[in-house]
Write a protein that binds this ligand. Structure first.
Ligand code: UT7
Length: 328
């Protein structure tokens, strides 16, 4: 038995932050941001809007599009690095907000690779035969952990998320393969230093701005290019495929230059690669499910197409997934 995607959804908050807006906040230019990252604008949550609020909107859409009721859902997985609370999962908040009385759920913390990790988890739950309707969400409220005085990070990230409904498949349609990696020795290059058990929140940690994302961009860039390209190539080779066999490649949207380098390494042409980083920036666990939903809306995925996903992020974490598309 396989697991297949039977509905897709996305949510981007209304408020936007353009490169021109950022020019007024930090020492940067639209030209620098565009040429170094490919980003033109990003979306930000409204005041009081949390990750589970985005998750609820995504889950509601999945239910409406699939014709399922909330009671049909067995399991809710939320990939996020910006949960509503440190204790209590965002999945629990979504479960309550949509009143999925028969579902259990939990969060998966794998930064930008979170959605692929959550997909792998959901797929294996379906393949076990025990679960029939699994909601997998990737969503992040990056604005809650970004220092808008730090030009190294504030230009990159945005808020948003997406999700899919997974159901059993008894034919060739569905998730075919995945390759996942973690290397915790990379944690020092991208993290939020305080607010966890290593450095609990204190007056000192707040004064030192330790509750914001810190990133050694150059090092992360180097690892991202190598590992995302390697793991994409690895899954193509492992399945006896060539670049031309891939109908659509949806990479994590962190930097247009990382996407281009990965595509080149895998022998993929521009028209095989989905790019929307210009409009949303890096929404961390949100980028891939947002792109999948947009690809469906734009009719860029047809039955039997081979869809390749790949991501790299904090941890370090990285991975790829190969999917044979069905009727969505
Ligand atoms: O989602 C997964 C995790 N994250 C990533 O994958 C992000 C990976 N890293 C990147 O995307 C890039 O490294 C950045 C976009 C973060 C930075 O681009 P870069 O080309 O690596 O720039 P850099 O850090 O090497 O900086 C080049 C120059 C520096 O000036 P000097 O020292 O050459 O005079 C920086 O101070 O650009 C300067 N700079 C900026 N200038 C204008 C850095 N940030 C900015 C900025 N605006 N926002």
């Amino acid at each position: 038995m396989k697991a297949k995607i039977t509905a897709t959804a996305r949510y981007l908050p209304k408020r936007t932050l353009s490169n021109q807006d950022l020019e007024k906040m930090v020492d940067t230019t639209d030209e620098w941001i565009r040429s170094r990252t490919g980003i033109e604008k990003r979306h930000l949550v409204a005041e009081g809007e949390a990750t589970s609020d985005m998750g609820k909107k995504i889950a509601d859409q999945l239910l409406a599009r699939s014709g399922k009721s909330a009671e049909d859902i067995d399991l809710i997985l939320v990939a996020t690095s910006t949960p509503d609370y440190l204790v209590v999962s965002t999945a629990a908040m979504v479960q309550d907000k949509i009143n999925a009385v028969n579902a259990w759920g939990f969060d998966i913390v794998a930064a930008c690779t979170g959605f692929i990790y959550a997909m792998e988890t959901g797929v294996k739950m379906i393949e076990s035969g025990k679960y029939k309707n699994v909601i997998v969400i990737g969503a992040d409220t990056m604005s809650s952990i970004i220092n808008y005085a730090d030009r190294n990070t504030c230009i990159i990230f945005g808020d948003g998320g997406g999700g899919v409904l997974l159901e059993p498949s008894d034919n060739d349609i569905g998730v075919l393969d995945s390759i996942l990696y973690t290397d915790g020795s990379g944690s020092k290059y991208l993290n939020v230093p305080a607010g966890g058990s290593v450095q609990p929140a204190s007056k000192d940690t707040i004064e030192k701005k330790m509750h914001y994302v810190i990133q050694d961009g150059k090092t992360v860039f180097k690892f991202a290019v190598k590992n995302m390209a390697d793991v994409s190539k690895e899954i193509i080779d492992k399945n006896g495929l060539k670049g031309d066999d891939i109908s659509l490649f949806i990479p994590h949207q962190a930097n247009k230059r990382i996407i281009d380098a990965t595509a080149k390494r895998c022998g993929l042409h521009e028209d095989q690669v989905f790019v929307n980083i210009n409009r949303y920036g890096n929404t961390t666990a949100g980028t891939i499910p947002i792109a999948i939903d947009e690809a469906v809306e734009m009719s860029r995925l047809a039955k039997d197409d081979l869809l390749l996903l790949a991501a790299f992020g904090g941890g370090f974490t990285w991975g790829s997934m190969l999917i044979r598309w069905g009727n969505v």
